[in-house]
Design a protein around this ligand. Structure first.
Ligand code: 6PG
Length: 244
């Protein structure tokens, strides 16, 4: 793993500006090498400012050569306020010219387990995977929950131990409002580039544990790329409890 570590920015706008630069570099390389750039986006509110900056830079971006997947989804219809796909569509996709075949939402099927299987099929077929192998995303963008979750990988959930499947379902419970579908650690860890974005004091304690405790078992700390890079991009408030 190439540990690029931690970069601290003034605020989410600066983090997002940095991510746009990384996006442009990584996508230019990927498109040079294989003709396309494959990225997985997160839900939540942190990506909103990034999406705005991507729209502002839309003329620099070869959208027809970009394939967009999602790292996770709530098991709700696409028109629900809770839908990650709805958020990504309204804040990014509706404002750019990208072929519909380049967008790969997590299907909402009969149940969250059926949806996870369907998304696994979608990834296997898109990446032409042999059984037992994992897709290699050029870039995965992740958030960090106040409780240290990332994607929909929450502490204590069986999805954390998934070693074979590409996608898993997560059952709703005390802290999880609806069932969810998430890509799994083997998929995240096989990416070429992983960028975490975290802003605000609510994230400060989780960020401290993830960065400073080498034995941290919070899900975001369990992201350890096989051969790619992992970088935490945080704002000053999310970094306010760091001691070093
Ligand atoms: C989601 C996510 C999730 C998110 C974190 C951070 O669907 O909610 O993909 O992992 O990235 O919960 O959320 P915020 O960006 O809203 O703080």
């Amino acid at each position: 793993m190439t540990e690029e570590g931690l970069l601290v920015f003034k605020d989410i706008a600066e983090i997002s500006g940095h991510v746009v630069k990384r996006w442009l570099n990584i996508s230019a390389n990927a498109i040079d090498h294989k003709g396309i750039f494959i990225v997985a986006l997160s839900g939540g509110s942190t990506p909103l400012s990034l999406h705005k900056k991507l729209i502002d830079s839309k003329d620099l971006i070869q959208w027809d050569k970009i394939h967009i997947f999602l790292v996770d989804e709530r098991f709700v219809p696409y028109d629900s306020n809770e839908s990650n796909f709805r958020m990504i569509k309204e804040t990014l996709l509706d404002h750019i010219k990208i072929p519909s075949g380049n967008i790969h939402p997590i299907p909402i099927e009969k149940g969250s387990a059926a949806s996870a299987s369907k998304y696994e099929e979608e990834m296997s077929s898109f990446f032409h995977l042999k059984k037992g192998s994992f897709p290699q995303f050029d870039l995965i963008l992740l958030g960090i929950g106040d409780d240290g979750h990332t994607a929909s990988l929450f502490s204590g959930q069986p999805a954390l131990d998934e070693k074979e499947h590409l996608a898993a379902s997560v059952k709703s419970g005390d802290t999880i409002k609806q069932d969810r579908i998430t890509i799994t650690f083997p998929v995240i860890n096989n990416a070429d580039n992983i960028l975490f974005m975290a802003a605000g004091t609510g994230k400060a304690e989780a960020v401290r544990q993830i960065i400073e405790n080498s034995n941290c078992r919070l899900p975001a700390a369990m992201v350890r790329p096989v051969s790619g890079s992992r970088t935490f991009l945080i704002d000053e408030r999310a970094g306010s409890l760091l001691t070093k």
